[in-house]
Design a protein around this ligand. Structure first.
Ligand code: PLP
Length: 441
């Protein structure tokens, strides 16, 4: 490890200086879970590339953790930002722009008639939970093993691996979350029939079951029948069912995302990431009836929601420009799928032929590299035992010109050319070879 760290430091001396300076004042860089193998600092980004403060170019597969569907800084985004900057970035007051974005979100979301915007996916799932509780008069929510729905108290939970995988217990992901809060959450087994039994057993307490239609920790496409049955079981048992489309929305399959791709009806959906075109955003959408709960001054059951920057003109106009572009260019979807499949199949063939203990899982343009020979069935199977080898691999990949953030999840964008994908494949092969040559695999 020492040797590769020295090589990276020699390649990125200014980044090293920034890291030292930042460490004095920043308690955390970007987000806590992102263990970027070697601290480096991005100064600018265009298309599929990022350029660091030392002037090194890398092929980026982070893509902003999902929002950058069209690649970095496309003209459509730059123009929308410039035009909006002339008008003012934030009013607080109502503006004509968020309605335009809302129309596009409603069009994209099969379950949606009305929308409420907020500033992150975390806020979106938090409000969806509050709305479901208010509407049903029940308190508990169900989430699945391996899920990620943001960083608020109710969803920062993880399965306790000492418990029965068919009836998993949960624990909070970090300190600071009261047990009284996590007691309100049920952990359901992913792609397992007992999830349906648990929902039936607890239907009188469960307000909402939420699921990522594609788990970012376990990207795959064979869960359609499970999602369909889940939707039906929730309906039969008067439990609201929500699809968290914060990553899959306008990404998976096409403009109508996972709801259309898997043909699964839901009561509510949350969106974020790509619908903001790179600006901070979250959204909750559902039928007009359900969304009436957000009408704080209305007659019926209502909830409080807030947010200084909700529906701000910059996010609304950039989101609208990108959503219009995506809608007008459906050809990006087959392109994303073709390039993504090529990347996954060529890397996996190499890994198999050379007998590496790793597998590149993907659901179209969403990827997750796991360090076991076979694809996992559930995130339950992921262990941290291989962590040191993984970090070594990501450091080599970095040196070989490709950025995968240290959470393993990564994305191909419409700006990645076939040549970029070829370079990524070669960098994966070379990096695995170097790690093996060092005896770590
Ligand atoms: N839900 C899902 C499915 C996500 O993938 C994420 C973020 O990665 C979130 C919610 C939280 O979104 P944000 O990071 O914008 O708060």
């Amino acid at each position: 490890m020492e040797q590769i760290l020295k090589e990276l430091q020699a390649m990125m001396p200014t980044s090293h200086e920034v890291a030292v300076r930042n460490s004095k004042v920043l308690a955390q860089e970007v987000v806590g879970t992102i263990n970027i193998p070697y601290p480096f600092y991005v100064k600018k980004a265009k298309g599929s590339r990022v350029t660091d403060v030392d002037g090194n170019d890398f092929i980026d597969l982070t893509m902003g953790f999902g929002p950058i569907l069209l690649g970095h800084n496309p003209d459509v985004v730059v123009n929308a930002i410039k035009e909006t900057a002339d008008l003012g970035s934030h009013f607080g007051l109502t503006n004509p722009f968020q309605g335009e974005l809302a129309e596009l979100v409603v069009e994209a979301a099969p379950c949606g008639q009305k929308v409420v915007f907020c500033n992150s996916g975390t806020e979106a799932t938090m409000y969806a939970i509050r709305a479901a509780r208010a509407l049903t008069g029940k308190n508990k929510i169900g989430v699945f093993v391996g899920s990620y729905h943001g960083a608020h108290d109710y969803v920062t939970v993880t399965a306790d691996k000492k418990s029965d995988p068919n009836r998993p217990e949960l624990k909070s992901m970090g300190r600071g979350v009261p047990k009284e809060t996590t007691d309100q959450v049920f952990m359901l087994p992913y792609r397992h029939e007992t999830a349906f039994d648990l929902i039936r057993e607890h239907k009188d307490e469960l307000a909402l079951v939420m699921i990522e239609p594609v788990q970012s920790s376990n990207p795959r496409l064979d869960q359609g029948p499970f999602l369909q049955k889940l939707s039906a079981v929730c309906k039969e048992n008067d439990v609201l069912f929500m699809m968290d489309e914060i990553i899959t929305g306008v990404r998976l399959g096409g403009f109508h995302g996972a709801q259309e791709f898997f043909d699964v009806p839901c009561d509510m959906a949350t969106y974020g990431k790509a619908i903001g075109g790179g600006m901070p955003i979250g959204a909750i959408t559902a039928s007009a009836n359900i969304m009436e709960v957000f009408n704080f001054h209305g007659e019926g059951t209502t909830i409080f929601s807030g947010g200084t920057f909700n529906g701000n003109p910059m996010t609304s106009r950039v989101g609208t420009a990108v959503m219009k572009y995506i809608k007008a260019h459906p050809e990006i979807y087959p392109y994303l799928t073709e390039q993504s499949e090529r990347l996954a199949s060529q890397v996996n063939t190499f890994l198999k032929e050379e007998d590496y203990p790793a597998n590149l899982m993907n659901a179209q343009s969403m990827f997750h590299l796991i360090f076991t020979k076979e694809p996992i069935e559930s995130a339950w199977q992921v262990s941290r035992k291989t962590w040191q080898t993984e970090v070594l691999f990501y450091n080599h990949l970095h040196k070989n010109g490709v950025i995968v953030p240290g959470i393993h999840l990564f994305f191909v964008s419409a700006a990645h050319t076939p040549d970029d994908i070829d370079q990524v494949i070669e960098a994966f092969k070379k990096s695995f070879g170097e790690v093996r040559a060092k005896g770590a695999i």
